[in-house]
Design a binder for this molecule. Structure first.
Ligand SMILES: C[S@@+](CC[C@H](N)C(=O)[O-])C[C@H]1O[C@@H](n2cnc3c(N)ncnc32)[C@H](O)[C@@H]1O
Length: 229
């Protein structure tokens, strides 16, 4: 008498070593469609590129001496673009990064981004704008002491571009105190359902926070901007 089919299927799946993270991503992807319907995201302004979305945010939703905190800088592409778009002389742009890459591999459905892909030898980029500064190190080491001293001066923009769940959740929960109503949060990889998407959902649920969708860019909410309520 053979073993029950259920056991055979279970052991076959275990033997094949099916990547559970990939399966979980596929299983969770429909959450983005449900979220979009519930939030009316499709009715919000949508752009082809993230740069167009940034320009829209600056023109339509920001005023005065903005504080822009960017988590995940790498070679400085997005922080340079934001400092170019925001002309106010008293605006402040602070970029946080280890400059040694991600703290862990970033698993996606069709590929894996190795942790060291973003390693630039611990060096912050050269930016010729005195309003721009960098906090070099792991967010877990640099953000708490930064926040101890930080006095918000105007409207706050928090740009989450750290790709992975743990980093994004850490940033959002640490910044909860300064994410006052009206603050804008931008996500660079929102459609990464187990990462930035889940970090926002878990932060909002644990801290009883809510938001409105302001704009999105790229395919299926790849980049997203929200305003905290
Ligand atoms: C996709 S890159 C940022 C890209 C950049 N914003 C741009 O537009 O060119 C992600 C960055 O997040 C950084 N990062 C992720 N988690 C981190 C953490 N916990 N502490 C410090 N840096 C982190 C990595 O070092 C990496 O440079």
């Amino acid at each position: 008498m053979g073993y029950p089919v259920r056991w055979r299927v279970q052991s076959a799946v275990a033997r094949w070593g099916v990547d559970s993270r990939k399966l979980e991503t596929l299983q969770q992807l429909p959450r983005i469609g449900t979220w979009a319907k519930e939030r009316g995201a499709a009715d919000r302004p949508g752009f082809e590129t993230r740069e167009q979305m940034y320009a829209h945010l600056v023109d339509t939703h920001l005023d005065g001496p903005v504080d822009y905190l960017e988590f995940g800088v790498h070679k400085g592409k997005s922080i340079r673009e934001w400092s170019r778009l925001v002309a106010h002389p008293d605006a402040r742009f602070v970029g946080f990064d280890s400059f040694e890459g991600l703290p862990e591999h970033w698993e996606q459905v069709v590929r894996r981004v190795d942790a060291d892909v973003f390693d630039v030898g611990g060096q912050a980029p050269q930016v010729d704008d005195p309003r721009v500064s960098f906090e070099v190190g792991w967010f877990q080491d640099t953000l708490p002491p930064f926040l101890d001293k930080f006095e918000p001066q105007g409207q706050l923009v928090v740009h989450c571009d750290a790709d992975i769940y743990s980093s994004t959740l850490f940033v959002l929960t640490q910044c909860d105190r300064i994410l006052t109503p009206g603050s804008i949060v931008v996500f660079d990889e929102f459609a990464s359902v187990l990462n930035e998407f889940s970090a926002l959902a878990d932060y909002c649920s644990a801290y009883r926070r809510d938001y409105d969708v302001l704009a999105h860019a790229s395919y299926f909410y790849g980049h997203l901007a929200i305003r905290m309520r």
